[in-house]
Design a protein around this ligand. Structure first.
Ligand code: BV8
Length: 232
């Protein structure tokens, strides 16, 4: 499969070894803040100060960490593999790009982005955002983090469904399989003929959708998996 199309979904677990907290592990982000309060449009409308504080803290944390061996292995895979390598990440950090990956789809948005809730203008987010920050384009006091909250439509879904249908190999790395539509990607790719691989610390909620399981820390499982793909 020297020119196989590889489609790789990543979640918070691939960034864990870089020091960024996951969501649902013990002591994870959601242990400290209810999803409804910090990752929904209603939560933002109810308490924008709390939501800005939450994302400012994550933007700062993400600025202080570096890619780990798993991120670097995926960047090497994109450089050296003859076929297309597409990373679809649920993560809002920039660790894939920092490791050198170029084709990265941020389906849940990015901490580095700001969005105007009034006119949809997008611009690079400052390290800290505050309630009523004015939009640079329309001046409305409605700047928000450019991330996809629960109840909002993930980005680039048309392109994502096409990538999944064209994949020869679909891998999910460091995701618990709890959040849709990402949690349905393995089944979608598998039904279209892809070989499906789960590389996760432990069995995910959608482990049954995968033909191959490689459990363990991403820094331990991903580099040898990439070596095998490149030596095929
Ligand atoms: C949508 C914001 C319509 C950014 C996030 C009932 C049934 C089905 C679906 C729904 C339902 N009710 C509501 C829904 C829809 C809802 C949903 O899925 N709810 C769930 C909770 C039931 N989804 C939505 O609202 C989405 N929008 O559906 O729109 C639509 C659908 C299709 C097409 C068009 C429109 C929007 C979802 C996006 C929500 N935004 N975050 C941010 O703040 O970051 S979700 C949040 O969870 C993050 O984005 C995160 O990326 C995502 C998934 O979490 P994981 O990445 O998996 O992280 P987690 O902590 O859960 O797991 C980490 C894993 O890593 C663990 O398994 C752990 O074992 C492993 N691990 C840990 N350490 C390591 C490791 N693995 C390897 N190495 C290690 N070292």
């Amino acid at each position: 499969m020297a020119s196989a199309k590889l489609v790789i979904l990543t979640g918070a677990g691939i960034s864990a070894e870089s020091g960024l907290s996951t969501f649902r592990d013990a002591g994870g982000i959601w242990a400290q803040h209810a999803v409804e309060d910090v990752a929904t449009p209603d939560g933002f409308a109810r308490d924008p100060d709390l939501v800005h504080w939450f994302y400012n803290a994550r933007r700062q944390a993400a600025a202080d960490v570096s890619p780990n061996a798993a991120h670097h292995a995926l960047a090497r895979l994109e450089r050296e593999h003859k076929g297309e390598v597409v990373i679809i990440t649920q993560n809002v950090d920039a660790l894939h790009e920092a490791a050198g990956s170029a084709l990265v789809i941020h389906m849940h948005g990015a901490l580095s982005g700001a969005l105007c809730a009034t006119c949809d203008y997008r611009w690079p987010a400052p390290l800290a955002m505050h309630t009523n920050d004015p939009c640079p384009a329309c001046a409305a006091p409605t700047a928000r983090p450019d991330v996809v909250w629960f109840g909002e439509t993930p980005y680039q879904m048309e392109a994502i469904w096409s990538h999944l249908e064209e994949a020869d190999i679909f891998a999910a790395i460091g995701t618990s399989g709890n959040v849709y539509p990402a949690a349905a990607f393995a089944q979608h790719a598998g039904r279209a003929g892809a070989h499906t691989v789960e590389l996760n610390l432990e069995a995910s909620a959608n482990v049954r959708d995968f033909a191959e399981l490689r459990h363990g820390p991403a820094g331990v499982t991903v580099p040898p998996w990439v070596d095998e793909l490149l030596n095929q």
